[in-house]
Design a protein around this ligand. Structure first.
Ligand code: SF4
Ligand code: SF4
Length: 347
């Protein structure tokens, strides 16, 4: 992989010029949290580099909460998203598989993906809800980006991940080949972040190989207890970088009609309800269990990808203060390899 060093001022000036040609979205501090914000020129000095993922996942840019899907999107102007973390890149991989690589492709999603250049970033400052290391990821991107940025003393280490990324850099002067010392600095910061995530997760005891280990436990009695503080707000679904369920509706607009798509949430009582009014999962514990099964069993089975990236947003945003790491610890009990039930035939 090509790796370059660029000074802070050269990189920010270059992005300033790029922001005149493309819409540039970047993480900026708002109160105590990072949010994506459109940045231009001098505003780029406010961008926060190599920190934890922003509050909203990057899926918001590709799969909006509500949109009219007929007629489809017209041509889109170019967009650059900065500071996408490894956990969000992994979420995007799941969305790509669903909306761009399955038999039924979503043209709006594809257009947005094509127009967008992803400049990811290392996360040097994980927070206590992060558990990427527990689901087989690291707090720094390894694939799925056009460019990756690691903040170093006095500048940035840029890694090229695609032809699109290489083209983006073609007008940037001042690049130098990354030195051994700079690569060492990057590795040091990355290892420190990994250790921090592992330390935060010491109290939790569940295997990182969740897809293989959790299926036999889907009928464990413990599921009937762990959901009890859930108030069905759906926030865990909406804030998740890989949740992709939606419903379609037609609304009349005078002489015409609107066909719209809106996010759905599998914790809602109406989720998957049939025309007869029957719900396949009438009990809340079944819907709660289904969400975790979707992440750790169904998505790996159907698409070969784990649906949870360990971003911790569903822990941070849960109105019932449920920490899913505690739930998993409870389900796996004291012995993380224990098998409570054999897999049921219908699962
Ligand atoms: S399930 Fe929770 S921790 Fe996992 S990716 Fe979704 S929001 Fe993040
Ligand atoms: S965020 Fe928490 S309370 Fe809200 S639906 Fe999800 S588990 Fe339930």
């Amino acid at each position: 992989m090509e790796r370059y060093f660029i000074t802070y001022s050269e990189w920010v000036n270059f992005l300033g010029k790029k922001s005149q040609q493309s819409e540039l979205m970047a993480p900026v501090l708002s109160g105590s949290f990072l949010h994506y914000q459109k940045c231009q020129g001098e505003e780029l000095k406010q961008v926060v580099w190599s920190q934890v993922r922003p509050v909203q996942p990057v899926k918001f840019f590709f799969f909006p909460y509500h949109e009219e899907i007929l007629p489809g999107l017209s041509e889109q102007s170019p967009r650059v998203i900065l500071g996408v973390t490894a956990c969000d890149l992994a979420g995007l991989q799941v969305l790509d598989r669903i909306f761009a690589q399955s038999d039924f492709k979503d043209p709006n999603y594809q257009k947005r993906r094509e127009r967008t250049l992803i400049i990811s970033g290392d996360c040097y400052a994980p927070i206590d809800v992060c558990f990427c290391e527990k689901v087989g990821l690291q707090p720094y991107p390894e694939k799925g980006f056009d460019l990756n940025v690691s903040a170093l003393e006095g500048g940035f280490l840029l890694e090229v991940g695609s032809e699109k990324g290489r083209n983006f850099l073609s007008e940037l002067t001042g690049l130098s080949e990354a030195s051994e010392e700079q690569l060492h600095q990057q590795a040091k910061m990355r290892n420190k972040a990994k250790e921090t995530v592992l330390q935060f997760n010491q109290p939790f005891n569940f295997p990182s190989d969740l897809p293989n280990k959790i299926q036999p436990l889907l009928l464990a009695e413990e599921w009937k207890e762990v959901w009890q503080k859930c108030v069905q707000c759906g926030s865990c679904n909406f804030i998740c970088p890989s949740c992709a369920c939606f419903f379609l509706e037609d609304q009349s607009r005078g002489e015409s009609f609107e066909k719209a798509r809106t996010w759905d949430a599998c914790l809602f009582p109406g989720y998957a309800r049939m025309a007869s009014g029957v719900s396949p999962r009438p009990h809340l514990y079944e819907r709660y269990r289904n969400r975790l099964a979707c992440k750790y069993v169904y998505l790996p089975g159907n698409f070969g990808l784990v649906g949870c990236t360990g971003c911790g947003r569903c822990i941070d945003g849960c109105a019932g203060r449920i920490d899913k790491r505690k739930v998993l610890t409870k389900i796996f009990g004291k012995n993380p390899n224990s098998v409570i039930y054999e897999p049921a035939k219908h699962l």
